[in-house]
Design a protein around this ligand. Structure first.
Ligand code: RIB
Length: 294
């Protein structure tokens, strides 16, 4: 059986991760425990998740002409992701994320770098890859104008589109109308509802909302369907949402139902929080199915 084709238009960041017992207070200097650099970025994390879960994944994005850029491309390549559509720019640096992980949660500051240069002309140059996809996935770590354009191309060509609205920003009509699913977490959903008072009333059936240890939910005919998740021994929640999205898309791209896709994605995300790092922690299909059968 041929693998479903998933194209991710998104961000690549080098994650500069510090672990500490707690977050510092404003003005406080705190001694941390460990510092690590790990390949990340919501787009790249979702690409690794979908690739490990059996999809033929193509990535469209940009990095800087620097050591981080080279490492991020090589890392995606080693996961079997098609990196032919990642462009290397001389004039900007690769995106980075400063992440502080403590036993309960994490904080992230992203400096977009080359991700801010994923412009509409990049989509035009790599349009063929989009048109060959079963499902296209994007997030909001690249310019909104580009996400809007991706949505337009998908809409015009009847290609399924999953938009992970992270970090939350006001969406355009093209994005709302042309996306098959919109996958915020609970906080992002609140932010979106504030930005678009009518959004949840008019388009609620497109929303799959993740709510951490509670799992996720969606709405059918005005009824909320809760899909609970499994218990996990939490080590690091960084990238759990990305794992959910990559896994969700991998099942949707195989033609599975919304309910099946949510169960599968919950199980995958519950595994991802049990390991340190984002891409590092993405599970394989066998591991997810084993957890679901437990
Ligand atoms: O969702 C986690 C990701 O958010 C990190 O890998 C970091 O790069 C930021 O993009």
């Amino acid at each position: 059986m041929s693998k479903p084709k998933v194209t991710i238009v998104g961000s690549l960041n080098m994650d500069l991760v510090v672990t500490a017992e707690r977050h510092p207070k404003i003005g406080e200097t705190l001694t941390g425990e460990k510092f690590t650099t790990l390949c990340g970025g919501k787009g790249a994390n979702q690409a690794v998740a979908a690739a490990r879960l059996g999809c033929d994944v193509t990535f469209i994005g940009r990095v800087g002409n620097d050591a981080f850029g080279t490492e991020m491309i090589e890392s995606l390549k080693s996961e079997g992701v098609n990196v032919d559509h990642i462009e290397v720019l001389d004039e900007v640096e690769s995106g980075i994320a400063m992440i502080t992980v403590n036993p309960l949660d994490n904080t992230i500051i992203v400096v977009p770098g080359a991700n801010a240069h994923v412009t509409k002309d990049v989509i035009d140059k790599h349009r063929e890859a989009l048109l060959e996809s079963d499902v296209v996935v994007t997030q909001l770590e690249i310019p909104m104008e580009t996400v809007d354009y991706v949505a337009e191309v998908c809409g015009d060509n009847n290609i399924e589109l999953v938009v992970n609205p992270a970090p939350a920003q006001k969406l355009t009509d093209n994005i709302i109308n042309n996306s098959t699913y919109i996958t915020p977490n609970q906080i992002e959903l609140t932010q979106l509802a504030e930005a678009h008072p009518e959004l949840l009333k008019d388009h609620i059936d497109k929303f799959v909302v993740t709510s951490g240890s509670k799992g996720c939910y969606y709405t059918v005919d005005a009824y909320r369907v809760d899909v609970p998740t499994m218990k996990a021994e939490v080590v690091d929640t960084t990238g759990a949402g990305d794992c959910f999205n990559g896994a969700f898309v991998s099942y949707i791209a195989q033609g599975r139902s919304l309910e099946e896709s949510c169960h599968f994605a919950n199980a995958a995300a519950s595994l991802s929080v049990e390991k340190f790092g984002a891409q590092n922690a993405m599970p394989t299909t066998e591991q997810v199915l084993e957890r679901m059968n437990r």
